[in-house]
Design a protein around this ligand. Sequence first.
Ligand code: GDP
Ligand code: MG
Length: 323
Amino acid sequence: MPHTIALAGNPNSGKTSIFNELTGSTQYVGNWPGVTVGKKEGYLKGDKRHVVVDLPGIYSLSPYTLEEVVTRDFLLDGKPDLIINVVDATNLERNLYLTTQLVETGIPVLIALNMMDVLERNGDIIQVQVLSEALGCPIIETSAVSRAGLKDLVKTAVHMVDKAEGSGKVAKFSTPVEKALLQIEHLIATLVPPDTLRWFTIKVFEHDEKVMQRLNLSDQAAHQIATIIESVEKSMDDSAESLITNDRYEYLTGITAACHKKARKMGTLSVSDKIDRVVTNRWLALPIFFAVMWGVYFIAIQSVGDLFIGWIEWFFGDLIGAN
Ligand SMILES: Nc1nc2c(ncn2[C@@H]2O[C@H](COP(=O)(O)OP(=O)(O)O)[C@@H](O)[C@H]2O)c(=O)[nH]1
Ligand SMILES: [Mg+2]
């Protein structure tokens, strides 16, 4: 049986570009069972021991879109040996929001930090070692268009699959949320594989209907869980789902603040920033202001004004005066 490597990430992060480079002509294109979401599969080039699957692009593992459901069902039931999480380096925080959820599935995660060419062109810097340690996942910097880093990516992926290396570090939430998660964990621990327990626990806390159906809890357990969630929602005055979202972003902001330096050079300023720089310049601001005011006066009085006066004279003098 070949090992399975799943490519997961946000839409437009470069999954399909990387998939094409990894699999070459061995790819097979079909649909996921029962839905019209495209599925691409193929062997690693020259290596029939590893199958790569290109998963649909998603922002989160919630149950709201078909793509999210297809992806999470595949991760939980298809049991891939490794996830290559393709991360758009130019949109780090938003992409890592999904990464934290992939790590929770208990499947080992290798990050392909893609679009490095764009990041470098912008002059931004990501301290990859710091990020890798914070997430507990190996990171390979890649650029799918120039193929930079792809050989390293394959080598590391195969190594991780062979060694069956463990999963990354899970995000920590605020104390009241962690307390509730611990209580829920005890109630569902015997119902799910140990590796996936963190993921299921968070989903139960978020009232994820699909997960609740799947777990088929006893009435008593369901009631206990409802009470746990209600008590946190009441004390924190927020819904369980948004507590998780907010804590997740807070956790990520802490990580990215430590490893991501954004350049703000003249060459990378937006057009409106560039205009701002000129019109608010200490020496140029007043002359520009007077020039603009003179321009407005000139247009209003000289050209448009003359035109109006001409019309009025014609209307009263020629048209009415003639009668
Ligand atoms: N500059 C640059 N563009 C990339 C890179 N990877 C992918 N792209 C481009 O980004 C777009 C989205 O890529 P695609 O592979 O379709 O993303 P997917 O939605 O994750 O499958 C395409 O136009 C790619 O050519 C990269 O590393 N650098
Ligand atoms: Mg794609």
